[in-house]
Write a protein that binds this ligand. Structure first.
Ligand SMILES: Cc1cc2nc3c(=O)[nH]c(=O)nc-3n(C[C@H](O)[C@H](O)[C@H](O)COP(=O)(O)O)c2cc1C
Length: 190
């Protein structure tokens, strides 16, 4: 493994939206490898707080219907946009799959929840980088609707959805990332 490789992988990871996905299927073994890499994230006391719900095939239609209905029911008439509603239902249908990343709070409370959420963030990054390495475009979507996702997939006690990974094979084309000046984020004490 080289530093150049990891630099390139980390810095080329981008949020890639469904308009840039082609409609090829994402094979199950690839989805499983992405998830397995996610689980190699550091986690204090090995609580392994991550859970994953894979929506594919008809599951995408189920999710699309749910998100569309949620938008209709929870948007006030003055904020409602038919365009936004259409986008909400169309986006899942453009995906090869969507993975809901869920957090299972440790029933024994062995570590502070904050630490478990940090582990979740690391898992999310592993997931995202593995997608990048395959050429799978993805982004993490965190709409309010995820709070009630148990309407379409059962959750255990203490389990909640953190976000939805929209995923699809990425069409060609480079996406530029943007970060601010690093020096303003660093203090050296020597
Ligand atoms: C916890 C978290 C939640 C996010 N939620 C959303 C979201 O709801 N919608 C969205 O378009 N992007 C979402 N993003 C993606 C960020 O907007 C994106 O990472 C940021 O714009 C930087 O772009 P990049 O990922 O291409 O570097 C989320 C990212 C994280 C880490």
């Amino acid at each position: 493994m080289s530093t150049e490789f990891i630099d390139q992988l980390i810095r080329s990871r981008r949020s890639v939206f469904p308009e840039m996905y082609d409609d090829k299927v994402i094979e199950d073994d690839i989805i499983m490898n992405i998830i397995e890499n996610a689980t190699w994230a550091p986690n204090h006391k090995l609580t392994e707080p991550w859970r994953f719900k894979i929506f594919k095939g008809h599951g995408l239609k189920l999710l699309s219907d749910y998100l569309g209905e949620y938008y209709k029911e929870h948007t006030s008439p003055e904020n409602y946009s038919e365009f936004k509603h259409k986008k909400t239902i169309e986006k899942p249908l453009k995906c090869g799959c969507i993975v809901a990343v869920c957090f299972q709070k440790d029933p024994q409370n062995r570590v502070p929840e904050e630490e478990e959420l940090i582990a979740m963030g690391a898992a999310i990054q592993n997931f995202w980088l593995t997608c990048t390495s395959y050429g799978i475009g993805c982004y993490l979507s965190t709409p309010e609707a995820i709070r009630n996702i148990n309407k379409i997939t059962p959750l255990q006690q203490g389990e909640r959805c953190i976000g939805l990974f929209y995923m699809g094979w990425k069409k060609p084309g480079e996406l530029l990332g943007k970060r601010t000046d690093l020096s303003s984020k660093i203090t050296t004490i020597s």
